[in-house]
Design a protein around this ligand. Structure first.
Ligand code: PDD
Length: 285
């Protein structure tokens, strides 16, 4: 089946959607994006994604005039047109096309807006059964990880390096502390039973899944702390997991060849995953 994508006001077959080679998203990674999960044909945590999108656009001074209602309409329509029951909607907004210059264009340019869908098994992801193995690596990304830009090359390179070593992902480390995963936030459950995740700063993306997990776990009487933690803390933890819109809660069972807990997905991690799914299901849009 041809995939219908959205480009600057039109729904088109993917092969007909063309963007200028002068688009600043292509030349400078001058673009922001969001990935919103779809389950039961509906959007997960829509309001959170919108809020973060507005933050990213503001930080880059991209003058984007579509309203939240218009964005929701396009998201819903693309899900329907591609018959997505489970998967994701990718949204990207670049500053637009202009003569190549490091400085932002002086004249007004129209931002380029692109959406496409991907079908993906998120709930019955087989990887949950065995959990992910991660390796640590220095966090050499730029210092504004709070802006969701398409400038993802370092994360992509390190993810590939992990796969080449027979592992599943990387956890980035800066000044001895774990910042986040290549495309996820990170949590540990300490032996004393405290759920710990890095505190928000410009060094990490403010994950929408992270935020929901913090809320749901507090309601379920977990002791929760937002503070930095190290590789050593992770090795000594009872359980660990990463979280994102495309994996929800993903058990992490090994770091740097060292087994976490008994080396299988932790029971609290799995119950948090279920708690997350049950709760977001009530708030689908
Ligand atoms: N990435 N940290 C980074 C660096 C990420 O790229 C992501 C998500 C997250 C988790 O954020 P959220 O819970 O809002 O999805 C944290 C998406 C899934 C991606 O780039 O495909």
């Amino acid at each position: 089946m041809t995939r219908l994508v959205y480009l600057n006001g039109k729904f088109l077959p993917d092969v007909e959607a063309n963007i200028s080679i002068f688009d600043r998203g292509f030349l400078f990674s001058d673009a922001v994006y969001e990935v919103t999960a779809v389950i039961d044909k509906k959007l997960v945590s829509w309001e959170g994604h919108l809020k973060r999108l507005r933050h990213s656009l503001k930080q880059l001074n991209i003058d984007f005039t579509k309203t939240n209602d218009e964005l929701l309409f396009i998201h819903k329509k693309i899900i329907e047109q591609n018959n997505i029951s489970e998967g994701l909607v990718y949204l990207q907004i670049s500053r637009g096309q202009a003569e190549r210059d490091f400085a932002f264009p002086v004249q007004e340019v129209e931002p380029t807006i692109v959406l496409f869908t991907q079908q993906k098994k998120i709930i019955n992801n087989q990887k949950i059964l065995c959990g992910a193995k991660v390796v640590s690596c220095p966090d050499l990304r730029w210092g504004r990880a709070d802006i969701k830009t398409v400038q993802l090359l370092y994360a992509s390179m390190m993810k590939q390096k992990a796969l080449d070593q027979g592992k599943d992902d990387v956890w980035f480390v800066k000044n001895n502390f774990i910042t986040e995963g290549s495309s996820s936030n990170t949590f540990i459950l300490s032996k004393s039973g405290t759920l710990i995740t890095n505190s928000l700063s410009s060094q990490i993306l403010s994950g929408i899944t992270r935020k929901s997990i913090l809320e749901y776990s507090k309601n379920a009487n977990f002791i929760v702390k937002e503070k930095p933690f190290t590789i050593e803390d992770t090795k000594n933890a009872r359980e660990a997991f990463s979280c994102s819109s495309t994996t929800f809660v993903m058990p992490v069972v090994e770091i740097d060849e060292f087994k976490i807990g008994d080396g299988s997905p932790g029971k609290h991690t799995l119950s948090l995953r279920q708690l997350y799914i049950d709760n977001v299901r009530k708030e689908l849009v």
